[in-house]
Design a protein around this ligand. Structure first.
Ligand code: UT7
Length: 319
């Protein structure tokens, strides 16, 4: 027994920052950003906290699933971090919802949502009938260096949630991790113990070797999709939708070409949101679900990659 998705929800902060807005203070242009990434705009938390958007997505998903917070047995929050180191964001979401279940954050960077589904799957295997909220949220605008044009233009903020109940929609899932500090990292300030005085504190902003992550991402999408569909016993061509992590349109196009698949099978939503890290896949899931694109039997593959370096992929058959 695994799970079935019974509800989805999402939330984006209301402030939109276009490429033209960024070109006001960065040495960049709309043309460069669109041609290299496909990104046109991103949503940024200005008036909202990270908890605000996480809560909005969670409430939407619970309403869509028609269940009450008190019915939840577990809250898993894939995120790079909320507004506080502790309490975890998951505990604050639990408090605000009025739920009473165990709740924890999970950090697998942009692969976090698929990691969260895999952890949820293990709970269903152990406990059988449960209701689990997986709420993925990241506010990358708080983690990038706004002086660094090579990274600041890529990211945005958002939250995407799903409510899971026991079922057999999950046909296959797999995770990978290849520890790598150099390709993508966000250092933490080292604290202020007197004995550490004098050591330089790295700025707590995202550092990335873009071309290395790009190559890793294209290869990971291809190998993960091949093996997860094989595990599910279906051909790539049998998938109705592939929802990849929305980092860069060129990465997705490159993977589609290598896999000899039509780009139309891949859902592309990089343009309006940029890379929202763990939230990017559930944001798209919610949009497609609300637009009625998923029918009973629709086959969906999710494929994610990100800091760690981590990857995760799964095949879901809509119930
Ligand atoms: O969730 C996972 C997170 N990360 C990713 O998915 C990122 C993966 N990597 C990428 O998407 C791409 O590598 C980038 C979009 C980050 C960069 O594209 P690229 O085609 O690999 O460009 P590049 O880093 O090789 O830079 C090419 C040029 C450089 O100038 P020179 O050295 O050729 O003169 C950069 O300084 O573009 C310059 N550049 C920019 N120019 C205008 C870098 N950023 C910008 C910018 N505007 N924003």
């Amino acid at each position: 027994m695994s799970f079935t998705i019974i509800g989805t929800g999402s939330a984006l902060p209301k402030t939109i920052q276009t490429n033209e807005d960024l070109a006001q203070f960065l040495d960049t242009s709309h043309e460069w950003i669109v041609s290299r990434t496909g990104i046109e705009a991103r949503h940024i938390c200005v008036d909202e906290s990270i908890l605000d958007i996480a809560l909005e997505a969670s409430v939407n998903a619970l309403a869509n699933a028609q269940i009450k917070p008190a019915e939840l047995d577990l809250i898993i929050c894939p995120t790079l971090g909320g507004d506080t180191v502790t309490p975890s964001l998951a505990c604050l979401i639990q408090e605000q919802l009025g739920a009473t279940c165990p709740s924890f954050d999970l950090n697998a960077a942009c692969s976090g949502f698929v990691y969260g589904l895999d952890v949820a799957d293990a709970y269903f295997s152990r406990n059988g009938d449960m209701k689990i909220l997986v709420i993925a949220v990241d506010a990358m605008s708080k983690l990038v260096d706004w002086q660094d044009r090579a990274t600041a233009v890529l990211f945005g903020d958002g939250a995407g949630a799903t409510v899971l109940t026991s079922g057999d929609s999950l046909k296959a899932i797999q995770l990978t991790a290849v520890g790598n500090q150099h390709a993508l990292s966000i250092p933490w300030p080292k604290g202020n113990h007197p004995l550490t005085t004098g050591q330089p504190h790295p700025a707590p902003y995202l550092l990335m070797d873009g071309p290395e992550v790009y190559r890793f991402a294209v290869a990971a999408i291809c190998s993960d999709l091949r093996s997860v569909t094989q595990k599910a016993g279906i051909a790539l061509a049998d998938l109705d939708y592939i929802i990849p992590h929305q980092a860069n349109q060129r990465i997705i196009e490159g993977a589609a070409k290598r896999l000899k698949l039509s780009i139309d099978k891949f859902v592309l939503r990089v343009d309006g949101c940029g890379n929202t890290s763990a939230a990017s896949i559930p944001l798209v899931l919610d949009e497609l679900n609300r637009n009625g694109l998923f029918k009973s039997g629709t086959r969906i593959a999710l494929t994610a990659f990100g800091g760690g370096l981590t990857t995760g992929a799964c095949v879901i058959e809509w119930a």
